[in-house]
Design a protein around this ligand. Structure first.
Ligand SMILES: [Zn+2]
Length: 226
């Protein structure tokens, strides 16, 4: 399969990723995109080189005070005691089985995928929550072949990264590595119209709001997806 990635994170998102200011869930999404995208890997190298240059400049600045602050900060960082280790982390897992299919996971997801919660299935769709902090929820999302996700809008940001297979919505067609960002203004109905199953990484900052069918039937869906 040689479809190339067309939907990339913005430069400002990559900059936030490189200087470490993204929350863990969005950082995981960007790191996973990088596993698929040599173009953004190169951009990150350049951004990191710039940041490194800036840091070196500020560390060797003319002000004594500044140099002292820098030294103090480094001392504090290196003096911080190591946190006691909690339960041993599960071994990284490179293959994931769901719906009778097996998917190869990108490097960035191999460790965290082993810590996912149980799969919840509804029709041809299944989700498994990954460890994540409020308000962001990160999950693996499986969409079986020829399956639709009900039409929905977003109360917050919905970020979806295709890991395997392909997906279409009103705005385009997405292949592995493609990052789809939907804001509260966007309404869409993602569909897997192919004969291959689709696996995605999904990060939500608020529950989805479903627009199709009877709202009371769809209420449980909100929790299912969030
Ligand atoms: Zn990219």
């Amino acid at each position: 399969m040689t479809h190339s990635v067309k939907h990339h994170p913005s430069i400002s998102l990559l900059e936030l990723y490189c200087d470490g200011s993204l929350n863990a869930e969005v950082a995981l999404l960007v790191a996973t995109h990088l596993d698929y995208c040599p173009h953004c890997q190169q951009l990150c190298h350049d951004i990191e080189a710039d940041l490194g240059g800036q840091l070196a400049e500020s560390a060797t600045g003319p002000s004594d005070l500044h140099a002292t602050d820098w030294l103090e900060m480094m001392n504090r960082i290196t003096a911080t005691p190591q946190l006691p280790k909690a339960a041993p982390a599960p071994a990284p897992q490179s293959l994931l089985s769901i719906g009778g299919y097996q998917f190869e996971l990108p490097r960035a997801l191999r460790r965290i995928a082993g810590r996912r919660s149980k799969w919840l299935s509804m029709g041809g769709i299944a989700t498994a929550r990954l460890p994540s902090g409020e308000p962001h929820h990160a999950s693996l999302l499986f969409i079986d072949k020829n399956t639709d996700v009900p039409l929905h809008t977003h109360q917050g940001l919905e970020m979806t990264l295709v890991l395997s297979g392909e997906m279409v919505d009103e705005h385009g067609r997405y292949v592995p590595g493609d990052l789809i960002i939907n804001s509260p203004d966007d309404t869409h109905k993602p569909r897997n119209i192919s004969d291959e199953p689709c696996l995605c990484l999904s990060v939500l900052s608020a529950p989805l709001q479903f627009k199709e069918g009877l709202t009371r039937w769809l209420n449980p869906l909100q929790r299912f997806f969030y």
